[in-house]
Ligand binder design. Sequence first.
Ligand code: RNT
Ligand code: ZN
Length: 415
Amino acid sequence: MTSYEIAKEKYAAFGVDTEAAIERLKSVPVAMHCWQGDDVIGFDSKEALSGGIQTTGNYPGKATTPAELMADLDKALSLIPGKKKLNLHASYAIFPEGEYRDRNEILPKDFAKWVEFAKERGMGIDFNPTFFAHPMVKDNLTLSSPDEKTRRFWIDHGKACLKIAEYFATETGEACVINFWIPDGYKEIPQDRLGPRARFKASLDEILSTPYDKSKVYVTLESKVFGIGLESYTVGSAEFCLSYSTKAGITPLMDNGHYHPTEMVSDKISSLLLFNDKIALHVTRAVRWDSDHVVILDDETREIAKEIVRNDALDRVFIALDYFDASVNRVAAWVIGGRNMEKALLSALLTPRAELKGYQDKADYTRMLAVSEELKTMPFGDVFDEYCRRVGAPVGMEWLLDCEKYEKEVLSKRA
Ligand code: RNT
Ligand code: ZN
């Protein structure tokens, strides 16, 4: 008997079908964020990162050209099992030879190279307008700016991005999730909290008045609690974004780094599922603040996955990764986070959901606790290895050897 066969029997004793779990996971898309590869710099302006977010570390070998970023993504994608989508930011536009367009004027053709990349790999594309790291961000404000010229520029950016999102969906044949997140906020205690939010609301209304095909473009809105240098007030707060999403019929996005450290996104998912057809997540690891550390297989990542799976919501939750660590090999950072997301989902699929719910309803909290603790030491790794084998991804530490080889042969040779 192989170790997988032994694991299969052990799970079967709990009423869990490992084969069904493996099959189900194969088709769950996870969006891989291009911005892990170059510390959120992009290609259009090469401005320093701003917007209250920060990468720390200067590990050598970061991608600085589209060709390098694509090569690194390819390496990372080959080492992560499962179905992926490519998640792009507008700042990663690749302009046709001799052309340049500012963010308010970008066109679908500025992303043709990415479409080609995604199509060749059979991937869909998700998208993000980039409301940071640009000279038109005035006093840390974009869509909520009191300066009409600034606000107008960013409204036009939002509209341009919606068209690009539709282009991605049409070209790849997969729906495109376009996520709006603005950094707007104040370091000092504001004397007008309503005005900026009213302007943000009006800006979003105007962007969303652009006709777009709702069957293939999902607009999401991401909230936040604070940013670096913007500690006292965030325009796009949780209340603002949830209310706006509900009213406008768009999709709310929760980033698990964007709440008070004792607030858990895993606890919020069920409420949002009751009031939305779809919801979206940015999975990250916040260490004391929205630090965007590499996703590990920690309790919260696992609990998020469990909530998605046990509420039968794998088709209703858009899962994207969002972190940026410049202190370790960036390709390895992608792979570790990506594999961990897959592990969390698989381990959720390997849970006797009905049985555990039943204990709760019968108030048998003893069994509920005992069984869920017992599951933690089940031979989960053997099932994950089997999943990797079946989808042609490296098993165990093989991926790291491959990654180290790539570092030696490619990354370390970069200027
Ligand atoms: C910032 C948000 C946002 C960004 C990306 C780069 O706090 O999480 O999603 O991380 O758009
Ligand atoms: Zn995010």
